[in-house]
Design a protein around this ligand. Sequence first.
Ligand code: NDP
Ligand code: 2IT
Length: 460
Amino acid sequence: MTICTDERNCTNDVKTAIDCFMNGLIKRNPGELEFHQAVQEVTESLMPFIWNNRHYKDSQILERMTEPDRIIIFRVSWEDDQGNIRANRAWRVQFNNSIGPYKGGMRFHPTVTLSVLKFLGFEQVFKNSLTGLPMGGAKGGSNFNPKGKSDREIMRFCQSLMIELHRHIGEDTDVPAGDIGVGGREISYMFGQYKRLENRFVGTLTGKGLAFGGSLIRTEATGYGAAYFMENMLNHTGDSITGKTVAVSGSGNVALYCIKKVTDLGGKVITASDSSGFIHDPEGITAEKLVWLRELKEVKRGRIHEYAKQFKSAEFYEAKRPWDVKVDLAFPCATQNELNGEDAKQLVANGVIGIAEGANMPSTLKAIRIFLHAKVRFGPAKAANAGGVAVSGLEQSQNAMRIAWSADEVETRLIDIMKNIHTQCLRYGECDDGQLDYVKGANIAGFVKVADAMMAYGIV
Ligand code: NDP
Ligand code: 2IT
């Protein structure tokens, strides 16, 4: 039996068309499991919409949108503190610049592969479109492992990487930022090197230090935005975060500021994690405890189990994730596929009512289906964590105008943007049975702007 790999030949039904399209995509991108997963999720939402809007179908828009504009692959050679020569691989996936210059983070982690960066770049296209700001989608990174490296090793790696990357990026071309393993320190080393190589001071990277063009609230923006998105979902049905018990995973940039804003909005966060396990603090990670945790993670670069030594109310669970703790709300804020079908079942059995994805693609497809079936309010990554890139977009605007807005000004804009993303999700995500499908809503709303721009450009 021949397998249908071309949706154009499929005249049957939408479901078969999804299978045909995915067969073709898998054949064209063999072994790229994360990329397949991200495209599958989007295609399930989009195919019925595209079939009802034939101009998109006739113009092969989905085939074109799942092919990156270009991918740059390069070697990064550097010298460690012992004088050994090391070589890593780095990539920049420039996925789509139909509605603005490429924009998206850089990830440094040993698990980085082309598949991971293609899934992230693809998601970024839709996310950036949802922010309403003129930003295309990209992602980059390296299989370099920053853990245990000295500051000088990190500096040499970042400088070496920029020697190649600088010729592919620019304030109107492609504007990288942070992601896993890339925070203020790494952005500063990369920006410093970019400036030397180009002899120009322009906003080609975001997430910069406040003294050299960074925006207030950028560090906080992704976590704050996820909390605001959850608040919007709850407010829509007359509820709020106040009084809710909350699980957060991760203890990096996104998790720490998600905990902060959820706490400010009246929730009680009782978990945090890293790749070694999670802590459960039934008394809550209060504002005072969070100050200590931020110092541990942001300054000392310590491990989460130290929290349980510091605060006796907490227990550390080694090599476990926080999803069997009973909570009302959950924010997966660590990494992709950290919440599977079994975890979702457990959360639902424990009465969870809302999920907002701070991380990118933290829930497996199975987990998402379980949440939607159980009518849990589920805020997908491209909507819920868009606050980070949105404030990056605001940093670009401030740099272009050579001004700096106050923290209040930036946070007010962030709140408006998250509200607007929620409204866009409702526009396309309200189902006939009254259910709110934020996955469908975010995918279609993000798609329409990019697709319409591509249609206007002709055959591109
Ligand atoms: P950080 O590097 O600051 O923190 C990552 C956190 O996740 C750490 O606690 C880390 O633990 C944990 N983690 C990473 N990989 C794994 C893994 N394989 N298994 C278990 N835990 C893991 O990154 P961010 O907080 O910036 O990013 C977290 C997520 O949010 C990512 O999915 C990222 O793509 C997404 N995101 C980030 C944005 C940003 O502005 N930074 C914007 C939008 C989304 P450990 O220290 O042990 O590795
Ligand atoms: O996944 C993401 O949206 C980010 N890592 C932030 C990207 C950015 O350009 O700020």
